[in-house]
Design a protein around this ligand. Structure first.
Ligand code: AMP
Length: 545
């Protein structure tokens, strides 16, 4: 085979910021801190700070391959960590602060994090976590010296002190483009969370593919607000695509309620925002109260859970904000599909098409298969399990998985656990999920964890958790329980017991007692039959209380 004769310069994450600082140096990163104070800095200034941080990381002994954790909201400092950590060849491990403390401790130990950067409003969580974190972990609070909260573990440093005094020049090492750059854990259906380990190459490919697939969001005239957290799969790639295309970034910090988002968007002239449907419910309520939208906002990308027809219609018809619906997964960097809207003629795609999950992005291949693994037709006539492959899809989990056959097919395609139809034009419509998980406000709740925890409650003989639709959260957990013989167990007893083992938002909204749970022929609880029973009017359900 004749080889091409082109240079092989590796794709690298810091090259994005080098480029943005030079070509889009005046575009800005706006960042609201937990108290609502706003910091504004250009991409040029951001790069200077990243170079200082890279020097500081090397000085404290971070070396290529090390995992450096963050427990933080969307801010300029978190963005700087993304670039400096990956730029020196280490791995930026973003941890979701909303997880239950046991899960955070498990994840930090599995990743063997050597440093933890955290936001000061999470100091109490860090204090509780400290004895369970990897030994010798270095703690750095994302603040200046004066902002260090009292009572932190000895030796906790401040970010600004670390960075101050470091030179603003640094020679990025020439890393192979397949070098790991980022790590994000996702809930497993069974067992512990699993880590998706991104590379410089996959991150660059993803950044470019979303600019191509969602062009309206990008360009120097756009000011984009990632309402999706930086700890959720790289805020869906925006920390990379925005500077690459010259869009300014508006980081909202921890305040994602409707009024705070509205004010920030209005004051900072946000034109675009990306996030899960639950976030937009809050913003819509605020827009209704004020009878207007944030001044410059023209488009929202909504993904992570299915968007409802009512939400699209309210945003588009009542407020003139165009909706783009996207689908993706942690394992896919994450965006896989998005609605293709006309850049110059907004609102021309019918709402019925926006309820679909969108068309595949360049580089993402999709197929659907039946239960026996045979490929099904991609003409929307058949639904099957959705499998994907591409440059932005994981080839394995961090430290591997014992369930390789359940994760990939024999040709290496990744099993998404979603059930879908695909059209000849690459349109995706999700119809169901094979994985036993509940997605509430964009965050996962494992049905199996909930059931296992419930079964340790005295008085519970059997338990099964299912998702019930919820207007605000998309889905909420319902727990069906069969009591053990003995004194009458109450719903409060079960909830009290679960509160010691799970985060508050993971607790079931409802505990329903049943005489028995429906079983499959092989003796497993039939979630299908349970959902079907509970969808009936209360009087028509067998043995519930
Ligand atoms: P995560 O890895 O947390 O990003 O979750 C990925 C999963 O969320 C997908 O496999 C789907 O089950 C679900 N999901 C993501 N986007 C959508 C969407 N637009 N519509 C319905 N479900 C979605």
């Amino acid at each position: 085979m004749l080889q091409g004769l082109m240079m092989k310069r590796p794709l690298s994450i810091p090259s994005i910021l080098d480029y943005a600082a030079e070509v889009h140096g005046a575009s800005t990163v706006v960042s609201a801190d937990p108290g609502g104070q706003v910091n504004v800095q250009s991409y040029h200034d951001t790069r200077q700070r990243v170079l200082r941080l890279a020097n500081a990381l090397c000085e404290i002994g971070v070396t290529p391959g090390d995992r450096v954790a963050t427990l933080a909201w969307n801010s300029h400092r978190h963005l700087e960590l993304y670039y400096a950590i990956s730029g020196i060849g280490a791995i930026c491990h973003t941890i979701n602060p909303r997880l239950f403390i046991d899960q955070i401790a498990w994840i930090a130990n599995h990743a063997e994090d050597s440093v933890l950067f955290f936001d000061t409003d999470l100091a109490d969580l860090v204090l509780q976590l400290k004895p369970r974190l990897p030994a010798g972990i270095r703690l750095i609070a994302l603040c200046d010296e004066a902002g260090l909260p009292s009572g932190l573990p000895d030796g906790t440093e401040s970010y600004e002190t670390l960075v101050a005094g470091q030179p603003a020049d640094f020679d990025w090492p020439d890393l192979p483009e397949t070098t790991a750059s980022g790590l994000c854990y996702t809930s497993g259906t069974t067992g512990n969370p699993k880590g998706a380990l991104y590379s410089h190459r996959s991150t660059l490919m993803h950044a470019m593919s979303i600019i191509l697939g969602v062009p309206k969001s990008f360009g120097v005239e756009q000011r984009i607000l990632p309402a999706v957290p930086l700890f959720h799969v790289n805020a869906w790639g925006l920390p990379f695509s925005a500077p690459l295309s010259g869009s300014s970034l508006i980081m909202p910090g921890p305040r994602l309620d409707g009024p705070s988002l509205f004010d920030l968007m209005d004051e900072q002239a946000a034109t675009i925002a990306w996030g899960v449907p639950t976030i937009w419910t809050g913003l819509i309520e605020e827009m209704k109260t004020r009878h207007r939208k944030p001044a410059k906002l023209h488009s929202l990308l909504i993904g992570g859970s299915a968007v409802s027809e009512a939400q699209i219609r309210t945003l588009e018809d009542d407020f003139g904000i165009e909706v783009v619906h996207g689908w993706g997964m942690t394992e896919m960097s994450p965006v896989g599909t998005a609605t293709r809207v006309n850049r110059d003629q907004p609102f021309t795609v019918p709402v019925s098409d926006k309820l679909k999950q969108g068309q595949r992005l360049f580089g993402v291949e999709m197929k659907i298969v039946g239960e026996d693994g045979t490929e099904m037709k991609s003409d929307e006539s058949e639904a099957g399990e959705l499998l994907v492959r591409g440059n932005t899809v994981i080839a394995d989990y961090f430290r591997g998985t014992e369930e390789r056959d359940r994760t990939f097919d024999q040709h290496g395609w990744f099993r998404t656990g979603d059930v879908a139809r695909i059209s000849r034009q690459g349109d995706l419509t999700l119809v169901d999920r094979t994985k036993d998980l509940i997605k509430s406000g964009g965050e996962w709740i494992s049905s199996i964890d909930l059931e296992n925890a419930a079964c340790t409650c005295p008085g519970v003989r059997q338990a099964a958790a299912i998702a019930i639709p919820d207007e605000t959260w998309g889905e909420r957990p319902l727990l069906a329980v069969v009591r053990a013989p003995g004194p009458g167990l109450k719903a409060e007893d079960v909830i009290d017991h679960l509160s010691n083992m799970m985060a508050k938002w993971q607790l079931p909204d409802k505990v329903l007692f049943m005489d028995e749970l429906p079983m499959t022929a092989t003796g497993k609880i039939s979630k299908l039959a349970l959902r079907e029973q509970l969808a009936r009017p209360p009087g028509d359900r067998p043995g519930t209380s």
